[in-house]
Design a protein around this ligand. Structure first.
Ligand code: SAH
Ligand code: SF4
Length: 344
């Protein structure tokens, strides 16, 4: 048996089980190994110097720990960094690192590609290859932290893929990030961005974890939303809003809505009124995002139109913000760098 265990996929309970039941070690060995990986970002057992040498050799034989390998890194003028990673099977995914003041946020991918094919999205355009494992998700964060030499404060699952179509691995990744013996990141520092997969939202509500939710809405009615986001045919707005109110009841957390502003498609004043009506009574915050052009089908809304849209929402007491673009010069929108690299 050689290196059959991908160590980054293990939850804390699985580490304890591996150490005590399978390897016959005391429980504290699990704590020591997790501390090397998640605090010190050491990914070679040979460097885990408080483990006996024979144990290190045994572990090196059974485990492999390596996070995704960096194939390309780009830094934008505004400090946004983008990483292109290669996985063990040669597949490529992206992560983005955003800096705002003292805060850093890692934007992680959850799938190789995405099956949901939203009309405006470069990832959706490239199709779907496979799900990531839990360790391939958390590994993106660890690799960036190792690269920076410091911890990153926040994580958003807003890279390639739909996190709630890969829920088992996602919830495992949440446990790994959150566990005090592992990455020890507060649940409120973790955000999941979803296109509106109802069972995933309900599972998060049931989990009791105050992980934040960001919903990619992009349209205030079913007809337009189904056109832009085919997933709306499976989970229409009424079902989505109902699931979100369950989440809000259970967690008390405010929900962020992402709304990509596309010229003369979803940016008319009527859309703003409809949006305000849809979200009234909910503790909601809307991010208005200038569309990042990835095809000739759509154009970004003119700034004046975005401002007018925002003003209507504000007048109707819906908190909103026009998101400053980050990293446009390095194609930071999800799926763009991989597409450019592969010529897709
Ligand atoms: N699948 C999840 C998370 C990944 S997409 C989701 O849809 O929420 C991350 C965010 O990028 C989503 O809000 C998505 O709508 C947005 N996005 C995709 N393509 C974009 C583009 N061309 N310009 C601006 N935002 C885009
Ligand atoms: Fe998938 Fe999100 Fe892109 Fe839609 S926006 S295709 S759900 S990654």
């Amino acid at each position: 048996m050689t290196q059959e265990i991908y160590a980054l996929d293990l939850t804390y309970e699985e580490w304890v089980d591996l150490c005590t039941n399978r390897l016959g070690l005391p429980r504290y060995r699990a704590d020591q190994i997790c501390s090397w990986i998640y605090e010190k970002k050491v990914f070679s057992v040979h460097e885990m110097t408080n483990l006996p040498k024979d144990l290190r050799e045994k572990l090196a034989y059974e485990l492999h720990i390596l996070p995704p390998i960096s194939v390309r890194e780009e830094k934008s003028k505004d400090g946004t960094r983008k990483f292109l990673w290669q996985l063990y099977d040669g597949e490529r995914i992206e992560s983005v690192l955003l800096s705002h003041g003292n805060h850093t946020t890692a934007c992680l991918s959850s799938q190789v590609g995405c099956p949901l094919a939203c009309a405006f999205c470069a990832t959706g355009d490239s199709g779907y290859t496979r799900d990531l494992t839990a360790g391939e998700m958390t590994g993106q964060l660890l690799a960036m932290e190792k690269r920076l030499g410091t911890n990153i404060n926040n994580v958003v699952f807003m890279g390639m893929g739909e996190p709630f179509l890969n829920s088992d691995a996602l919830f495992k990744a949440l446990s790994i990030l959150h566990s005090p013996k592992m990455r020890n990141m507060g649940a409120r520092h973790i955000t999941i961005s979803t296109s509106g997969i109802v069972p995933g939202i309900l599972r998060l509500a049931e989990s009791g974890l105050p992980v934040r939710l960001s919903v990619s809405l992009h349209a205030p009615n079913d007809a337009l939303r189904s056109r832009l986001m085919p997933v709306n045919r499976r989970f229409a707005l009424a079902a989505l809003m109902k699931a979100l109110s369950v989440y809000q009841e259970k967690t008390g957390e405010r929900i962020t809505f992402e709304y990509v502003m596309i010229q003369r498609v979803n940016d008319e004043p009527e859309h703003a009124y409809e949006l305000a009506a849809l979200l009234s009574g909910m503790d909601a915050y809307i991010n208005l995002i200038p569309y990042n052009p990835v095809s000739d089908l759509f154009q970004r809304s003119e700034t004046e139109r975005i401002k007018a849209f925002s003003a209507i929402l504000t007048r109707l007491n819906i908190e909103n913000e026009i998101r400053k673009e980050k990293g446009t010069d390095i194609d930071a929108a999800c799926g763009q760098l991989r597409r450019r690299e592969s010529g897709k």
